[in-house]
Structure formats: C-alpha cells, structure tokens
Design a protein. Structure first.
Length: 295
C-alpha cells in the first residue's frame, strides 16, 4: 500500500516539477486561446477547457479567450427554418443570419463567463463591438460577396489591457463593427489571430477538431509536432496542405511573422490538451515558431 501511495503521489510531484520552468517562463505573459469546434458542444469538454484556462490565469498567465459558436449558430438557423450556407469555409451572413449569430454568440459568451466565475476567477465577456475592440472591413471569399462577414482592420487593445491590469479574464465574441457602425460576423480564428498580434501575445493556441498538422492526413506517422514558418510555407507551396487547413496555417504563420512567439494547433476534443501542450516537454499538438528561434 505504501509503495502504491508513493508511486501515485511521486508522479503528481514530477508533473508539477516538469511544469515549473514553463510557469516561470510565461509568468505575466499574454496567451490568446481560440476556443471552438466540437469541444464547445460537449459539456464535460467545455468545463475541462475552462478549467485549463482558469488554471493558466491562477499560475500567472494573462489568458484571453476568443470563442466561436458555429455549431450553435447552425442549430438555431435550423430552428427558424433557415439554411446555413458557406463559401470558402466562411458562413454566408445576411441580416437575419447576423442577428441570430449575434444572439447565439452572446449566449455562448455569458455561459463561458459563468463557468469561469464558478471556478473563482473574475471574467468579463465582451464582443468586438465593445469599446471599439474590433474594427472590420467587408471580407470576400475568393472574390465572392458573402454578406456581413468582416476582416479585422484594427484592434483597440486598451480595453483588453485595462481588463488584464484589473485582473479580469477577457472572453471575446467575434463580432465587430465597420467604420459606419454596421455589425459584422468575424471568423473566430481570424479574430484570435488579430488580437494575438495586436496584444503582442507570447502564445496563440487554436483549440480545433484536429490533432495538428500532418504531411499526409491519411498517415498518422506523418504528424508534425514542430514547424518553422518557412517549413509551413513549403508544405503549402508543395500542396501537402489543403482545404480547411489552409486558412488555419495562414493564421499561424501570419501571427508568428507579426511577433507572436509561439502558435499551437491543438485537438480541443482531448481533455486538458491546452495544459499538456504548454506544461510538458513533449506537448501533444503542432507548434509553430520563427525560423531563427532555437528551442
């Protein structure tokens, strides 16, 4: 019994010791977490993600959550008999769809704020409309007009700086305004990337429905755990990356080129993937970094 006890708790101690240098390194650093996909549809996974982000906050990080809500938006559109349409991976958004999307994202936003509050951390839920956080221009999908979909043109970081300074955890819904104060839907990946760049975040983590980057998606042996920007660009140029991964890779490399230190693609369906990637030596996702960076 004594041996089992020692083994169990020594393992826990070893995990904490392994995490210590990472906690020291990233203390008071900004980390932007894009949260979406299937991990938002499962209540247990949702609570695990929120626990991870809360723990990051409690050990000294400055996390900012940018959330999606695409599955919930599609479900509500179905309820009102409206078909979901997509072009180039982006939701075609007319005025009715925009109204529903804003309603749903607001509901999701406040549910995440509540979960964080239940864990003893103060969170504030905002959208890109609040304080002029996200100013957008109309976005097109390969030249196609897709309605009220915005491309972030500027980020007013003051509201986020103020919240972080007052020890709040900001949770951001991807809705923005153009210069004429029209409301636009923003792809959550794009919003997270824009915020990470503007905040000069040390880390940007995308919680997705994939494990990371594969050279060949049909061959698990080709999983790539670490990629420099030039290596990622080469994979795209040679046609190894396609479909829905292209915009994700573009956001990752763009963030690194704009000063974000590390970008991670993680499987949000795996419990505590965020903690495992950040606080362990091996990690479990794909990490992007600068060409001249020595790990």
């Amino acid at each position: 019994m004594e041996e089992i006890y020692k083994e169990k708790y020594l393992h826990k101690a070893e995990v904490l010791i392994e995490a210590l240098p990472y906690i020291q390194r990233f203390n008071r650093k900004v980390i932007v977490v894009k949260y979406g996909g299937s991990a938002m549809a499962d209540e247990e996974l949702k609570r695990n993600v929120i626990k991870d982000v809360t723990l990051l906050k409690l050990v000294g990080f400055k996390p900012i959550v940018v959330h999606g809500g695409g599955k919930d938006i599609s479900a509500w559109l179905d309820k009102v008999g409206k078909k979901s349409e997509f072009a180039g991976g982006l939701r075609v958004t007319d005025e009715e769809t925009m109204e529903i999307a804003e309603m749903v994202l607001g509901k999701v936003n406040k549910s995440l704020v509540t979960m964080v509050g239940e864990l003893g951390v103060r969170a504030v839920g905002i959208s890109g409309k609040d304080g002029g956080l996200l100013t957008v221009e109309k976005k097109y999908a390969n030249g196609q007009d897709i309605g009220l979909v915005g491309e972030v043109s500027s980020v007013n970081t003051k509201i986020l700086d103020d919240l972080l300074e007052k020890d709040f955890l900001p949770i951001v819904a991807p809705i923005g305004l153009d210069r004429d104060f029209n409301t636009y839907n923003i792809n959550a990946d794009d919003a997270a990337c824009a915020i990470a760049k503007a905040m000069k975040a040390d880390k940007l983590a995308f919680l997705t429905d994939i494990e990371g980057v594969y050279k060949d998606p049909n061959d698990p042996a080709t999983f790539i755990s670490r990629l420099t920007v030039s290596q990622a660009d080469e994979l795209v140029a040679k046609g190894y990356i396609g479909g829905g991964m292209l915009p994700k890779i573009a956001n990752c490399t763009d963030a690194i080129k704009s000063g974000v230190n590390r970008v991670h693609i993680l499987d949000g369906r795996r419990p505590h993937s965020l903690l495992l990637e950040i606080f362990t030596d091996t990690g479990i996702g794909t990490m992007f970094f600068k060409d001249d960076d020595s790990l």
